[in-house]
Design a protein around this ligand. Structure first.
Ligand code: SAJ
Length: 427
């Protein structure tokens, strides 16, 4: 069976590789010709440090079962077409421009009997109310008569892509039960996890709700952290004790919620629910989006306690990607903090070993003569920082820990004034 994959990003490329691994012929399509040239030449255009991605990519390239192309002509030979293009939001509403362009391009070459699978995250009812009508309009083909539609939301996280792709359960939404068997054949080869067959809208809602669930839980942890700062309780100790109850599982407060899933999917869900205001979900988004600003408040507080004028301060910021040990900077909380600092004309330098724009520097270089070091991203590499050395080159020794990453006592022993999200030691 030949399968086409449209959109070769963090989801589509690993999926194309996985499909080849399990024996399918794959037409891997992306409109970015530079990316296609790189892939066809055996060079990964991104995420080289994703575990196994480079190894598996090169192994499958040798088998020559994946054809990389920036053209849609070949999809007529595919039995199944999987769409994995990005579906960002703009002003809290879905921005489907890439998705609809892909669907239109696919429709031009669609033939009877094909199945289109959407793995991109979309708002509930998008398949039935936007995608299916667009396919009919562009191809003249009828849903469930000439073509079938499926919604199988991706469930992978950067740094764990293949580990999750081959094991996570998948929700398989279908326009017609007639395709259960064929989708079952494909996805049972991709993953050993359970396959749950549902309708299209249920599948769309499962994906957006699971990320809204995570966002609300993170927001709860963040709100408790703010309460703990006022109560002068260490939120990390508090969470450890709360989670000793087997029925509790508090998430981690932090310097912000970034990435391409969590900040976006709650708004996709909310965009489809018209009659009921999703107050808790929308409030959670506001709490999480405010965390970089809260870091700024902690920075100001720490500087003032040392009688350092904020406008004269020099800051060193550790980490720019949205999550530890990743080069992915989408919705980076550090980007938000940097904008706040710039707006307040505060001098800062950023170092992130994973992000090319910020990897040419070093911890020492940004810490030299700095007054305050703020950790925004929990890169394992930062565990190796020599704070004895930093204590000699920084002008003032202040640490703001945005991820409960450093050991408070160890920092204090080295002469640093330490505070962090949910952990404000008096004075
Ligand atoms: N974060 C917190 N506190 C937490 C967890 C995360 O502040 O307790 C922050 C992170 O620092 C990051 C952001 O939230 O900035 C997102 O982190 P994430 O761990 O949720 O990572 P994502 O965005 O890659 O989430 C994906 C999601 N998977 C899919 O959308 C398919 C999410 O549903 C998964 O739970 C997550 O991966 C995972 O844990 O696998």
């Amino acid at each position: 069976m030949k399968i086409a994959v449209i959109g070769l990003g963090y989801v589509g490329l690993p999926l194309a590789i996985r499909l080849s691994q399990v024996g399918f012929l794959v037409d891997a399509i992306d409109i970015n010709s530079k990316k296609i040239k790189s892939l066809s030449g055996g060079v990964l255009p991104f995420a080289q440090d994703e575990p196994n991605l480079e190894k598996f990519f090169k192994a499958e390239s040798k088998k020559r079962k994946i054809v990389y192309s920036d053209k849609f002509d070949n999809i007529k030979n595919a039995e199944v077409i999987i769409v994995a293009v990005d579906t960002p939001i703009k002003y809290k509403k879905p921005n489907y421009s890439n998705l609809l362009k892909s669907i239109s391009d696919i429709s031009k070459h669609l033939r009877k009997g094909q199945i289109i699978i959407i793995e991109s995250t979309v708002a509930p009812k998008t398949c039935l109310e936007i995608i299916a009508p667009l396919i009919k309009k562009r191809s003249g083909l009828e849903l469930n008569k000439d073509f079938f539609l499926a919604m199988v939301p991706e469930r992978i996280r950067p740094n764990h892509i293949f580990e999750q792709l081959i094991s996570r359960p998948r929700t398989v939404g279908l326009s017609s039960k007639k395709q259960n068997k064929k989708l079952g054949v494909i996805y049972s080869k991709i993953t050993s996890g359970d396959l749950d067959f549902v309708d299209l809208t249920t599948a769309e809602t499962v994906k957006t709700v699971e990320n809204a669930y995570r966002d609300v839980n993170i927001a709860f942890a963040n709100e408790v952290a703010l309460a703990c700062e006022e109560l002068e309780v260490n939120v990390w100790k508090l969470i450890e004790l709360v989670n000793k109850d087997p029925f509790k599982s508090m998430h981690k407060p932090g310097a912000g919620v970034g990435g391409h899933c969590i900040p976006k999917d709650p708004w996709l869900l909310a965009s489809s629910v018209k009659k009921h205001r999703l107050e808790l979900i929308e409030t959670a988004r506001k709490i999480n989006d405010n965390m970089p600003n809260h870091i700024y408040i902690l920075i100001k507080k720490s500087l003032e306690e040392k009688n350092i004028k904020v406008k004269n301060a020099k800051l060193a910021i550790l980490g720019y990607s949205y999550v530890g040990n990743s080069d992915d900077t989408r919705n980076s909380p550090t980007e938000v903090l940097a904008k706040i600092l710039t707006r307040n004309r505060i001098s800062y330098k950023i170092y992130d070993p994973y992000v090319s724009n910020y990897s040419l520097s070093s911890v020492d270089a940004i810490a030299k003569n700095a007054d305050l070091l703020v950790l925004m991203v929990a890169h394992d590499l930062f565990k190796k920082i020599d704070f004895w050395k930093l204590s000699k080159i920084m002008r003032t020794k202040i640490i703001i820990d945005g991820r409960n990453f450093f050991d408070e006592q160890s920092m204090k022993k080295k002469g640093f004034t330490y505070s962090g999200i949910g952990n404000i030691t008096a004075g």
